[in-house]
Structure formats: C-alpha cells, structure tokens
Design a protein around this ligand. Structure first.
Ligand SMILES: Nc1ncnc2c1ncn2[C@@H]1O[C@H](COP(=O)(O)OP(=O)(O)OP(=O)(O)O)[C@@H](O)[C@H]1O
Ligand SMILES: [Mg+2]
Length: 225
C-alpha cells in the first residue's frame, strides 16, 4: 500500500542543512500494525509526515497504492490524503475556535465525498475515544490527554485505510492508554493499517512489527520480508 524508497528529507537552517531522513526504504502492507521507535530527533515525525503526504521529500520516492506521489500537485495530494489517511499529530493541531465535534468533522469537509460524515458520525468516533460527553467544548477547555483523544477521533472520521499516529498515547494516563491501544488493536483487526510512533516499549509491544530509527535512518527492523 505504501512503498518509500531512498527517502531523503533535508531542512535548511540558515546556512546549514539538517538531514532528517537519510535514505529510508520502507514497505507498508495492507493490514500492517507497525511501531516506529527511536530517540528524540531521529526522524520519526519527519518519516510520518512523509508517509502521510503532509510533506514532500528532498529526494527519493513514495508510492501510495502504486501511484508515485511526487508527480501529484498539492490538490491531488490533499485528495489522496483525505481519502486514504488519518493522521494523529504529535502536537494535536486542533483548531481553537472550533468545538471538538467540528474539529473532528473538518477532514470530512475536505474529503469531497458524495456523503461526507455528519454530526452523528462525529459523536460516534468521539464515543470510541471516550470524549462524546464534551461535545460543545473547545480544545482550550480540555486537558492535554483529552485533546489527544479528540485528535485521534478526528483521524478516524473518514474511515481511512491507513492511520498514522505520532505519539498517540504520550499524554494519556494508564487507563486511557489501555483504551486507545485497544481501539487501535480493534481497528487493525477490522482491517485498518496502523503506524504509531512511540518512545514507550510497552506501547510498541502492541504493534505487530517495529522499526528503530537513528540519525534519519532505520537501524533495526523485524519486518522479515
Ligand atoms: N521544520 C524543521 N526545520 C528544521 N529542522 C527540522 C524541522 N523538523 C524537524 N527538524 C529536524 O529534523 C530532525 C528530525 O526531527 P523529527 O521531528 O523527525 O524527530 P523525532 O524523531 O520525531 O523526535 P521526537 O521524538 O522529539 O518527536 C531533528 O534534528 C529536527 O531538529
Ligand atoms: Mg516527533
């Protein structure tokens, strides 16, 4: 479903270049449940943004369902992203002026589907993350862990085939962490492909496979293919 090949991502910082991805090859198959681990600054979020079509590569290629994505313009990328991918940002990225249900519905508005998700669908995904009781509230009225759960609900609203979640349990207490990991396990059992970034070995154990990153490269993997 996703094939990343020789991926390089460089950021310009004044006169210097930061090479956040330094030649990453990775194949994700339908139904995979993959954990990405590695120290801070190793390139995990950069890799997720590349896989999620949030950002373009400096060089290398990303195929999504056999389509080479570097040839797509930004509108085509946005359409593909909203049809296939649900993204949980490390920093949540909720819009402060919108209620939680309207935040959850935003990807539905961009999806250009004939029948986009509506309020009852938003309530249903908020129920799955235990946040339906806070409908009508805005993000700044919520705790960090509550915002995190709303951002997970938003990633589910379009029923994406691929969920990319960057530290989705980083702000959760142990009970909510268990609930969210069970949710991901259930979604994976229903056929959704899931990639999570985590620094927590116990969280990584919930996934079927893992890769470890260091200095923009994959240094360890158990993807025996
Ligand atoms: N927009 C940016 N501009 C410049 N450098 C960046 C940018 N985003 C990331 N970097 C750099 O790229 C490298 C990889 O960053 P990235 O955010 O992918 O790491 P990470 O593994 O997700 O770390 P963490 O565990 O702290 O979230 C770091 O050196 C970071 O400083
Ligand atoms: Mg990160």
């Amino acid at each position: 479903m996703l094939i990343l090949s020789k991926a390089v991502k460089e950021y310009k910082m004044g006169d210097s270049l930061v090479r956040a991805l330094n030649g990453v090859d990775l194949e994700i198959r339908k139904g995979d449940f993959l954990a990405i681990v590695g120290s801070s600054g190793s390139g995990k979020s950069t890799l997720m943004h590349a896989l999620g079509l949030m950002d373009t590569l400096t060089s290398g290629t990303l195929h999504v369902n056999e389509q080479e994505t570097s040839k797509l313009n930004s509108a085509q990328r946005a359409t593909l992203r909203s049809q296939e991918i649900g993204f949980v940002f490390q920093t949540f990225n909720l819009l402060p002026r919108l209620t939680i249900e309207n935040n959850v519905l935003l990807p539905a508005q961009y999806s250009r589907r004939a029948h986009p998700a509506k309020l009852p669908d938003a309530i249903a995904v908020l129920e799955r993350v235990g946040m339906a009781h806070r409908i009508g509230h805005k993000p700044n009225e919520l705790s960090g862990g509550e915002r995190q759960r709303v951002s997970i609900a938003r990633a589910l609203i379009n029923k994406p085939s691929l969920i990319l979640a960057d530290e989705p349990t980083g702000n959760l207490d142990s009970q909510n962490m268990v609930n969210i990991l069970k949710l991901f396990t259930d979604l994976n059992a229903e056929g959704q492909t899931i990639i999570i970034v985590t620094h927590d070995p116990d969280v990584a154990k919930n996934a079927r496979n893992f890769i470890r990153m260091r200095d923009g490269q994959i240094i360890e993997t158990d993807l025996k293919r």
